[in-house]
Design a protein around this ligand. Structure first.
Ligand SMILES: [Zn+2]
Length: 267
């Protein structure tokens, strides 16, 4: 109780002392459809969360990219939509966000299940480290306003939530009222179905990258959940319901309130 009071006090103090340029905030919000659809009250809560996020997290750039306030607010607003109903504590245990000007080739190696060490040479648009930073290609992150279901910022921060209980495996820590078995079965069935559709060369409305692994499936479905929620609800209603419980948000309802449907079309 005391800890909670202290936290609340610290939060109020940061909000009082930190300022976020109102014009910059409005410009950012205008470009993000999933923020535009929030109620006035929720938008204010998101704004407060963004202020706290910017106070807590540390931005750095690589390869001479010039860091601006606009870039930080842009990333923060998208990162915070995921935790609007969860709180900043869900991003605990790490503080760095690194922006590259363009896609980057990770230097680190990884060892696969049979013990083979891989040194990747594929360029990445983003990467989330277990207990470490979120790394983003600014060229990819800046284009998150098209509401096409693809959003590298949401993707990487969804991995961060997944990593709250270890490796990103598509199984984040669930709330007490949720069932682990329901989550596991719902996602497994949807994942198997999706992989079969990708293997059959079907032109899916959801990014085929979701078929890479259960961890990627959760991150990609989270992107779509916020950007094209009606697509997720129509394609995989069970997954939509689980994500709505996990994020404690119902973006389809917000879309309906605005008389909209997603216009996501994949060529
Ligand atoms: Zn990923």
């Amino acid at each position: 109780m005391l800890l909670e009071a202290l936290r609340g006090w610290r939060r109020e103090r940061i909000l009082r002392r930190s300022s976020l340029d109102e014009r910059l905030w409005r410009q950012t919000v205008r470009r993000l459809r999933f923020v535009r659809h929030l109620s006035q009250q929720d938008r204010q809560r998101l704004r407060n969360l963004v202020v706290l996020f910017l106070h807590d997290k540390h931005f750095a750039t690589a390869r001479g990219l010039q860091l601006t306030a606009a870039m930080q607010v842009w990333v923060a607003a998208q990162a915070c939509i995921l935790i609007l109903e969860l709180g900043l504590d869900y991003y605990r245990g790490w503080s760095g966000i690194v922006l590259y000007p363009e896609q980057f080739v990770p230097r680190h190696q990884h060892t696969d299940e049979i013990g083979v060490v891989h040194q990747g040479d594929e360029p990445y648009a983003g990467e989330a480290w277990l207990g470490g930073p979120v790394v983003l290609s600014w060229a990819d992150a800046r284009g998150g306003d098209y509401a096409d279901g693809v959003n590298v910022v949401i993707h990487e921060f969804a991995h961060k939530l997944d990593m709250l209980n270890g490796e990103a495996n598509g199984f984040p820590p669930l709330h007490a009222e949720m069932g682990r078995q329901v989550w596991a079965e719902t996602f497994r069935k949807a994942y198997d179905d999706f992989c079969a559709r990708v293997d059959a060369d079907e032109d899916t409305l959801i990014d085929p990258y979701a078929g890479e692994s259960p961890g990627e499936f959760f991150a990609v479905l989270s992107e779509a959940f916020f950007e094209t929620p009606d697509v997720v609800r129509d394609e995989y209603p069970g997954v939509y319901a689980q994500l709505a419980q996990f994020y404690r948000q119902d973006p389809v309802r917000r879309l309906v309130a605005h008389g909209r449907r997603s216009t996501a079309v994949r060529g």
